[in-house]
Design a protein around this ligand. Sequence first.
Ligand code: GLU
Length: 416
Amino acid sequence: MLQTLELSTFDEVNLFFDTAADRLGLNDGLKQMLKRPWRELQVQIPVRMDDGQIEVFTGFRVQHNGARGPYKGGVRYHPDADLEEVRALASLMTWKTALVDIPFGGSKGGVQVDPLRLSQGELNRLTRRYTQQIEHLIGPNRDIPAPDMGTNAQTMAWIMDAYGQLHGHSPAAVTGKPVEMGGSLGRESATGRGVALVLEEAAKDAGLDLQGAKIAVQGFGNVGSWAARLMYDSGCRIIAVSGIDGGVFNLDGLDIPKLQDYQRATGGVVGFGGGDGISNSELLESDCDVLVPAAIDNAITAENARHIKARMILEAANHPITPEADRVLSEGGVTILPDVLVNAGGVVVSYFEWTQNIQEFHWDEIRVNEELKKTMLRAYHEVRTRSVNAQISNRQAAFEIGVQRVARAVELRGFV
Ligand code: GLU
């Protein structure tokens, strides 16, 4: 127990990896190779702040595995982004891209900064300097950044511009760009849409009628708000939503379009008139059918897991459930749909964006959403079939499929 508490997020993800690798019978050498990142870079990012002072930030880019294609993964701006967390998130990208079978490896970037504290000018300068520091590692055929927590389409436009100043116009060097800059239609909503698509399929298999089903969503950033909106549009009852500083609850269902307007106007969900105030822990423990953690990693721990009433959890965030909590919930009969499946919609449409940039041919939104649906449903059913046949959890099934594909690519390359 004590030992588990001391594990880093990367160690925790690797517990899931180990179980998968052992069941697949991978040898120790291959396991080491698949587990450890292939390349890691830590950089210094000095920024001239608006008051004239220089502040020095720390940034990372971790390239976990490139056997199946160029490394792919977002860039996170968060005060707690450290090397271990970025490693964990990079490894999740490896298993995620393999599971949904898109031709990428896995990577992640991070800068230790609270983006809400910085002005747009400061963020622009920070992003440019970070890009200059990692420019030799990234590129359309090397490693392709995208948005993650604390970054957005504007951040990607700055990366594209800073990279382009060194290498010439290169829209395929980064995804999640604004549509006006070669971004894909449907990219902004893609992760949330993927969450809603997985829920629809999983609910059918679980015999859960989604019309009026009670859903709680932790986190109302890009992923949480789009997921809530699309689930609301398809008839679900979103009873609780929370942001960083608290949430709102309404047993009859929150009016999500109005809540989105409120968030745009005030910057948060707290104080919304269409519901009562609720804390983040009350949200997790609320009397819902489906819980959607769409905020930070490690939000659900062994302690609060015991109080969760939901029968199904969709991991819209990356690694929101610790392994201990995963065990508690599974023993309690809760169905968990894992992050590498549930939130893969973002990187899937990133793949579509990259292909559109390379072909210099743009798809309409209907095509993007149709292809996304096809990809997500195929992955969901592969996971479900494996989990039912082998009597293992959805997470183990998802990891096994991902790990097996990456192991096979390593073997075929023949570089060891
Ligand atoms: N940051 C997102 C994720 O964790 C998207 C990554 C991407 O599009 O490359 O999956």
